[in-house]
Design a protein around this ligand. Sequence first.
Ligand code: TRP
Ligand code: ZN
Length: 471
Amino acid sequence: MPRPGPLRVLTGAVVAATLTWLGAWAAGAAEPPVGTPGDTGSGDSYYPAMGNGGYHVAHYDIDLTWRPLGRTVEARTVLTSRATKDLSSFNLELDGMQVESVHVDGAPAAYVRDGAELSVTPAQPVPDGTSFAVRVRYVGTPPVVVAEDGSSTGWIPTADGGTVLAEPTGAMAWFPVNNTPRDKATFDISVSVPNRLKAASNGALVRRDTGPKRTTWHWRERWPMAAYLATVSIGEYQMYRSSMANETSAGMPLLSFVDPRLGRAATARSQLPAVTSFLRRSFGPYPFDTSGMIVDNVRVGYALETQGRPVYPDAPPDWLIAHEMAHQWFGNSVTPRDWRDIWLNEGFATYSEWLWEAEKTGRPGVAQRNFDYYYGAHGAASPYWTLRPGDPGPENMFADQVYERGAMTLHALRTEVGTPAFFEILRAWVAENQHGSASTAEFVELAERVSGRQLDALFEAWLYTPSRPAL
Ligand code: TRP
Ligand code: ZN
């Protein structure tokens, strides 16, 4: 007998489920579940209204057509999700634009919009544990989303197109999303643009379809990705292809997009392999299998570690490449479960800058020197020490202290446990949590397990105390 193909398996499963249900129904048991609404938040400390309960997204399939005239998109996103309870309705986030239709498993669904919340009521409840597809069609101009700290995120318009920078909650500017870093998914992203433009995104460029007027760029991120790390960047780019060796291949593709008005970023592009190799030696295998950079004239005042292919507002210096590439391990592969734990991103990326500088200069004392510098630059009475990097507040997520005192926290840990145990901790953190989400409490627990020391007091003093820790 031939092995059953995927279709046969599926058909078999459907038949089995139907028979089970018919059997139960004939026996006078319950009808299909009535269900209850999914939570309209995810419990995040800083963005409690963002993200939703009752399901997990496994995959986003985003299809955008972008038109320069009016800077509008026509879009269709399909989310493939799994219900975590019997769902009568559920929420997504989508900011701005106009929803044209919502379908669940091919059937039209009712929907209501309230601010950024999109509530969907399927024709039939979704039973616990089942996979379901939500298709949303929408049109309009994707918005800038102003974060709680006042920074501009979302769809950032540029002279020649636009770029998505979505940390922490800007993903809802361009696709309907379970807008929380604790629900990671894989992505297919297709973007149609006029032929004179290019559309960069995350992961691998799987195909380009060019017609007489427009080209569709098909991108795929095959590793779980938090929504805030997804990007699309449209512009009159110069595209540069090269490759570098990594753990699994002699030629990991590097694909970079540079706005020619900002030069060629030749130095930065040439530094990327050396920086990445150094980080691999420090933290373990590179978590993804593509990389590169997007250099675009976004006037937001920050770079972003968009997965695999960070966005820089100008040709980046090597310390910034080290910072954004370190995020591929710390933030992208291991993602904070709660925005309060942002130091797990920024403290680690800043400490990686220090490590890279030590490597580059051959002076191993760089980290100690930087630690001493920040410790002494702010006297014990300085208000600098009142901001707690382990809980900076939504308006201070990207404050200097999250970066600097966050990095000092790691240096204090290294001083306490010794350099070998310190790197063992970082590597274990990455290995045990790769492609997942994790918390500060889990990091402390892991550091204690690996080092065999009691470290609560150290982390309490460095992360959670509003004063300068004693040395
Ligand atoms: N995560 C970014 C980085 O460190 C920085 C960042 C994102 C940021 N959003 C911000 C900085 C808003 C300041 C304000 O590379
Ligand atoms: Zn950072």
